[in-house]
Design a protein around this ligand. Structure first.
Ligand code: NAD
Ligand code: IPM
Ligand code: MN
Length: 372
């Protein structure tokens, strides 16, 4: 009997293409390891809108709540540019995050040795890079009310988005960042804009108080988020764990992605609070990139961010640490052999397709298992 229940939500654009490669990896683990997975599939984003007129159906929401982990591809695309705002593809993802309580988004940016030349930055700036962005995911301007566009008497319109943070939201994300830092290089950089935003003032105070109360052994530094963006491209290796709000985390993680060579390389884990009775967390694993409409259907999508997101599921949802290490090693080995999808190829280096990269990573898994 499979004990680990996954819900796969491939979504739109390259989402289904990269999900096929994760299925190969899941299939490999099902054949090879005692811990097996069972999975169900659902629709999200534009695919769900086309089928049900909603960005995710109630049935699929219920499946997501019942699953041990959701594996999410990507949503969105020009086809749905004109659908009503409330049912736009991205709303399905935001609902999953909010309704599952996935407040902690972990976005590691690692420079694989073989890709040290693939970044637009100089090799010595990114070689050996290993940083972790911890993004608050269920609060801030993404969800704050009011969020409106209203007509004014003068014929103009006014748009309002509202940044809201309560103490407990900042405390719990800071706690996640400090806990993770303890298992890494023991340093947290908190980024906000306390010079302009009240939420930045509170963020700064609460992170400091959380540190002083329970995490004095961890080094804490504060940085204004705009300067933090600059430092990320100037000398990213100064960072270990970066903690920030929802919007800054969205932007800074795209910046961090390019340090690693391509958006197609960056995985993420979105985690809820541990259940009081079982200790289990709700979780969703997704690449940082989107549905890449410009390359969808061409076989050029890099499946590594998606496959590395599954490695994070092994690590954070199923405590399969050896298997997670092995999958990450398989990715690294495929890269060491010079295998490149188009986004990470250099100059006239030969490229392979999405499927070929997926097959190569499964081949490397097999090689690692055989040699163990
Ligand atoms: P994007 O991340 O989809 O693409 C940005 C660029 O990166 C494109 O040139 C794309 O080809 C490239 N890229 C992205 N992933 C890649 C991969 N795996 N392999 C190779 N190249 C890759 O961002 P965008 O174009 O701004 O957004 C497109 C749509 O995706 C929008 O509707 C947006 O809302 C949505 N989006 C969804 C998610 C998500 O589902 N989690 C995340 C970001 C954007
Ligand atoms: C991400 C994406 C999402 C976000 C969109 C698709 C809602 O950009 O996961 O980084 O803004 O959080
Ligand atoms: Mn984003």
């Amino acid at each position: 009997m499979a004990s680990n229940r996954l819900l796969l939500l491939p979504g739109d654009g390259i989402g289904p293409e990269i999900m096929e490669e994760v299925k190969k990896v899941i299939g490999w683990f099902n054949e090879r390891t005692a811990d097996t997975f069972e999975f169900d599939e659902g629709l999200v984003g534009g695919a769900a809108y086309d089928a049900h007129g909603a960005s995710i159906s109630e049935e699929d929401m219920a499946k997501a709540k019942a699953a041990d982990a959701v594996i999410f591809g990507a949503v969105g695309g020009p086809k749905w540019d004109d659908v009503p705002y409330d049912v736009r593809p991205e709303a399905g993802l935001l609902r999953l995050r909010k309704d599952l309580g996935l407040f902690a988004n972990l976005r590691p940016a690692i420079c694989y040795p073989a890709l040290a030349d693939a970044s637009s930055l100089k090799k010595d700036v990114i070689e050996g890079l290993d940083i972790l962005i911890v993004r608050e995911l269920t609060g801030g301007v993404y969800f704050g009310e009011p969020k409106t566009i209203t007509d004014l008497e003068n014929g103009q319109q006014r748009a309002i988005d509202t940044q809201v943070y309560d103490t407990y939201e900042i405390e719990r994300i800071a706690g996640v960042a400090f806990d993770l830092a303890r298992a890494r290089r023991n340093k947290v950089t908190s980024m906000e804009k306390r010079n302009v935003m009240k939420s930045g003032v509170l963020w700064n105070q609460v992170v400091t108080a959380t540190h002083d109360k329970s995490y004095k052994d961890v080094e804490l530094e504060h940085m204004l988020a705009d300067a933090g963006g600059m430092q990320l491209v100037r000398w990213p290796k100064q960072f270990d764990v970066i903690v920030c709000d929802n919007l800054f985390g969205d932007m800074l993680s795209d910046v961090a992605a390019m340090l690693t060579g391509s958006l197609g390389m960056l995985p993420s884990a979105s985690l809820g609070a541990p259940d009081a009775a079982t200790g289990k967390r709700k979780a969703l694993y997704e690449p940082v990139h989107g549905s890449a409409p410009d390359i969808a259907g061409t076989g050029a999508a890099n499946p590594i961010a998606m496959i590395a997101s599954f490695a994070m599921a092994l690590r954070y949802s199923f405590n399969m640490i050896t298997e997670a290490d092995m999958l990450e090693k398989a990715i690294s080995n495929a890269l060491d052999k010079g295998l490149r999808t188009k986004d990470i190829a250099q100059g006239d280096q030969a490229t392979i397709s999405t499927k070929e990269m997926g097959n190569a990573i499964v081949g490397e898994l097999e090689a690692l298992a055989t040699s163990a």
